[in-house]
Design a binder for this molecule. Sequence first.
Ligand code: ZN
Length: 494
Amino acid sequence: MAEQSKLLMEMLAQAERSIKDVSEKAGELEPRQDLIGLEGVVLEAVLRLGAVWLGMVLSQWAENLARETGTRLPCRCGGMARWVARRAKTVLTLLGRVTYRRVYYPCAPCGQGEGLGDRSWGLHQTRTSRGVKYLLGYLSGTTVGFAAVARNVCRTLGWPTLWLSGKQVQRLAEPIGTGLDAQDAARVAHWWARATAGLADLPREPPLPAPAPLPDAVPPSGRIYVQMDGILGRIRGTAGKGSDIWREVKVGAVFWAETGHHASRLAELLGHTAQRTGDVVRVWVDRPAGGIRYAAALLPAAEFGVRLYAAAVARGIERATEVVVLGDGAVWIWKLAAEHFPGATQILDFQHAREWIHKVAGAVWGAGSAKAATWTETQIREHLIAGDAAGLVAAIAALPPIAPSAGEAKSVPEQAMDYFHNNAERMHYPAYRARGLEIGSGIIESSGRRVVAVRCKQPGMRWTEAGLQSIITLRTHALNDSYDVALTDLPKVA
Ligand SMILES: [Zn+2]
């Protein structure tokens, strides 16, 4: 009790000093009515006072622990550490640099030592608080580039730039993402093992914490979308840039749909087609209702599939009356769709299909040539928007044959014929549109782009596998609005 009131008196005395200081400076600023200056003065004073308070309280906590502990502390090496002295330690916190008096127990047998309380506060063998690390983790997931995070934090919190570099941000943020990824993986694995053993009720046991808020009720459409995408990330090789390799990050997005207010560009094209027959085409296309939940990982398809399915279950997929799976032509996407979302309406992403037509025309007549443009436009108008895969295959077959590119077994037109042939049943665009279904990445930005490319595929960005997975995890949790809740369960990352 005596310590408590002594601490209180010290904090009050410090506050009084700060108040006097602010009041004095405010007096100097008044003649110029300098509000910007005043904001800065008060902010700085509050942060500085907070830093002093934090140091005072931590010092007191250490004293209290020391009283309970006595002079001897068992060390993890099995030896006995003996209290020698109080030593000042300075750490970086959200309030700036904070110095506290820690009670230090050096261990003679192993040469290590322990500051009382440091482990539970996350300050053992580190000089950065968890508050700072967690902030850096969030910003690293949402901001492009670690150096930008460092600059933004220094500027916002009024820190000298030398307190935090991009390298340091990366070093501090990466373990957070790695820890969250391990936590996600363990949760999903545990749930999946129970679910497949018939022990867990799939719908009632959400495998992941804190799904983004669900719509209050299932939207009248009763429709949930699962979009899948694969995107290549650049992995740093061991022998310079030439040895870099590309690894596929698999990304999925799950969202409920409601009827939107916008007609897509394809709806316009369909309208154009229908004018010939005199029909009036008016299509309101689905749009996401509530948040979009993402899952992303550098994982083989089977493992990623379980993660994505877990995310869909957490989002309440069992309440949907219709599941729509959207993806490009990648084989793994449709394998996962068949396994985890049987009975779903499968739609080949319209933009990807269109890109294939462009690719064929470019290969035959040269990209950007007038002939390529005319042919492409005709195929889109005559076949693609009509969902006529057979017509597309026939049109491509009628093209002058070209040789495969080096190292390829089939030419681009041959590959395109396979593509349209294999995906024919996923290309009934007029029928999908008639029901207001989304048919491409027109309304929700492609999940691969949003989760991976924007953050991780900027010029010059090269990653380690662990680093890439970490940043993707941070970004996914930030986009899912699940970062803070996930952190509360995170086994403490030192
Ligand atoms: Zn020891």
